[in-house]
Design a protein around this ligand. Structure first.
Ligand SMILES: Cc1cc2nc3c(=O)[nH]c(=O)nc-3n(C[C@H](O)[C@H](O)[C@H](O)COP(=O)(O)O)c2cc1C
Length: 328
């Protein structure tokens, strides 16, 4: 899978399918973790893999907090951790937790890369977990990672389902990244993660529903198209289709939960990753009443010169308009 898709696909969702995970997929995850960087190349991380049929599994599940009961359905639980003394210490900086985190990230991404759902957890009790796996006294368990194939959100209990249906949130770039001195917000030049997105409500028509009673992905693509056209009409004052200067080169639609005829649907979209002659739109279709996310999607547009019959560079005025909009 393309790396940027792995980044976009990783979500800490909670619904697992019954399907077991092939052992070689777990091995590839561990292999990815092995090649992670570590201070002094000390490789302090340790991963304990506990499959569903492992005799230690019930005791490990017992150590999970009530709020993480959904994780018992995951075919594989991996416990990450490290010993302080196995890691590098530079001046008084202890790198064992940091380096285990790095390795865990590689492990997670390799899981996503293979179509798996991976979800790290801090919600477990340390004493029973250590006892369940016979972890040494000086060993610090860090996370329990639930691994399996994605299941149906609808199979979760009400409370857990609500968590999975919430839109993702992140701090602004300027809050977490500084330029120069501490606290001086890093101002992004690319229009990624904007404070403001283009939003439009889409009325569903009866013909948008398929024989299963859902809006399927083929129709979803046309809802996104509706959004793109309106985006250009509203932001750029385009009035005719000839004034829409791009062609659609790629589309990726991630179904999350069904859209039914009676659902109000809000499309939120923004521009990301402007390259020489292409740019991406990211989309979210959600229910404006409670924020449940129906679908996430991404498309790549290539700026096109119809007269010359070839791609053309993204022009400065296009970028400027987008920047003004998201800043405004
Ligand atoms: C160290 C760590 C501990 C976490 N603990 C839990 C947990 O106990 N239960 C849970 O449901 N999610 C847990 N999460 C998942 C986070 O809630 C999740 O990563 C965060 O909300 C961002 O969402 P995303 O991973 O889907 O991008 C944990 C994540 C990390 C990295």
């Amino acid at each position: 899978m393309e790396f940027r898709r792995v980044l976009a696909e990783r979500r800490s969702l909670r619904a697992f399918a019954d399907r077991p995970v092939e052992p070689e997929k777990i091995e590839r995850m561990i292999e990815a973790a092995r090649w992670s960087p570590s201070s002094g190349n000390r490789q302090p991380w340790r991963f304990t893999v506990v499959a569903r049929d492992d005799p230690r599994r019930p005791a490990l599940e017992e150590s999970l907090t009530r709020g993480n009961a959904w994780a018992k359905k995951a075919p594989v639980l991996i416990v990450s951790g490290a010993r302080r003394d196995d890691g590098s210490i530079v001046e008084n900086r202890e790198y064992f937790l940091h380096d285990t985190g790095l390795a865990t990230m590689s492990l997670l991404y390799r899981g996503v890369d293979q179509g798996l759902l991976v979800h790290p957890m801090a919600g477990w009790k340390e004493a029973p977990l250590k006892e369940a796996l016979s972890l040494p006294e000086d060993f610090r368990p860090i996370a329990v990672i639930a691994v399996g194939y994605p299941g149906k959100t609808g199979d979760l209990d009400e409370e857990t389902r609500r968590k999975d249906e919430q839109p993702r949130t992140r701090k602004e770039i300027g809050e977490v990244a500084y330029r120069g001195g501490f606290g001086e917000p890093y101002r992004a030049t690319l229009p990624a993660a904007p404070p403001k997105r283009y939003e439009i409500d889409i009325p569903l028509r009866f013909r948008d529903i398929d024989s299963m009673g859902h809006v399927n992905n083929a129709v979803t693509l046309s809802l996104l198209e509706f959004g793109r056209i309106r985006f250009f009409f509203d932001l750029f004052g385009a009035q005719r289709v000839e004034e829409i200067p791009f062609i659609l080169a790629e589309a990726n639609v991630r179904y999350r939960i069904p859209i039914l005829l009676q659902d109000p649907v809000r499309l939120r979209m923004h521009v990301t990753d402007v390259a020489r002659s292409s740019f991406r739109f990211q989309y979210e279709l959600s229910d404006p009443r409670d924020g449940r996310v129906f679908t996430e999607a991404e498309t790549v547009q290539v700026m096109y010169d119809y007269a010359a019959g070839r791609p053309r560079p993204v022009d400065a005025s296009f970028l400027e308009t987008i920047r003004e909009y998201i800043g405004g």
